[in-house]
Design a protein around this ligand. Structure first.
Ligand code: HEC
Ligand code: HEC
Length: 195
């Protein structure tokens, strides 16, 4: 009688261990496939999280970083950058036209480091989310919209300290360093974001 009970308990413990192990294996697979966990860590002694590698071309930073932050090239596929760069005279209602040579050089930099040309951080996932039509805005990609679904309009357009989703750095304190970790987000007037 005692023996039987013991073996039943052993069986239960064994099954639980197996179930847990299976669960962990499943989790490990899910982790690899998870779009959210694709940050890239730069450096060896002090790893630095990089979701989008910050722009680093001096000409691009100067010409395209005056009205808004110089968006990381990895946020859009090459076809989008080509579209943007070939319509600068009417750029979201502004004239951002540049001379031919500067336009050519910046286009080259952006397309060479575009979402579909790099494996760093979230860029490959952004590239995969793009349909046939290359968007003019990162904020109009499925990737971006999925990540910001839960944020009500009043916290963005009706918020004088934000104004538009295009102002990443208003909420993402690490934007200039390429860090878009949701735990670093502080929406002005709202503070820490807990979903
Ligand atoms: C004269 C000001 C000005 C300059 C210079 C400028 N932009 Fe813009 N850009 C804007 C405005 C305005 C918007 C729309 C912002 C908004 O909707 O809040 C915008 C939006 C964008 C967006 C879309 C952001 C999103 O919503 O995902 C991209 C990409 C962009 N600009 C790229 C560039 C590039 C590349 C250059 C340099 C060739 C450049 N911009 C230079 C004014 C400018
Ligand atoms: C109004 C504030 C706000 C603005 C502006 C904003 N974001 Fe976000 N972003 C958030 C919040 C809040 C979250 C977390 C959402 C959630 O967890 O539901 C987030 C999440 C993200 C994530 C996913 C982070 C993670 O850890 O999975 C990325 C990537 C991101 N944002 C990029 C951007 C980029 C690039 C821009 C500019 C083009 C931008 N965001 C503009 C508030 C903002």
């Amino acid at each position: 009688m005692m023996e039987k009970r013991k073996s039943t308990i052993t069986t239960i413990i064994l099954s639980l261990t197996l179930i847990t192990a299976a669960g962990l294996t499943l989790q490990a697979c899910a982790y690899e496939d998870d779009d959210d966990d694709d940050a890239y860590f730069l450096g060896s002694s002090l790893p630095r999280r990089v979701d989008f590698r910050p722009a680093d071309d001096p000409r691009y930073l100067e010409e395209c970083g005056s009205c808004h932050m110089a968006y990381p090239p990895g946020m859009l596929p090459a076809k989008s950058w080509q579209r943007i760069m070939s319509g600068l005279e009417d750029h979201f209602g502004e004239n951002a036209e540049l001379d031919t040579e500067t336009t050519r050089q910046i286009t080259e930099y952006l397309t060479a480091n575009a979402a579909d040309k790099t494996r760093i951080g979230r860029a490959p996932n952004v590239a995969r989310s793009i349909g046939i039509d290359p968007p003019l805005r990162f904020t109009e990609t499925r990737y971006f919209m999925n990540k910001h679904l839960e944020i009500p309009e009043r916290l963005v357009t009706n918020n004088p300290d934000v104004g538009s989703f295009s102002r990443c750095e208003a909420c993402h304190r690490g934007a200039e360093q390429g860090n878009y970790d949701e735990h670093q987000v502080r929406i002005p007037g709202v503070g820490r974001w807990d979903d």
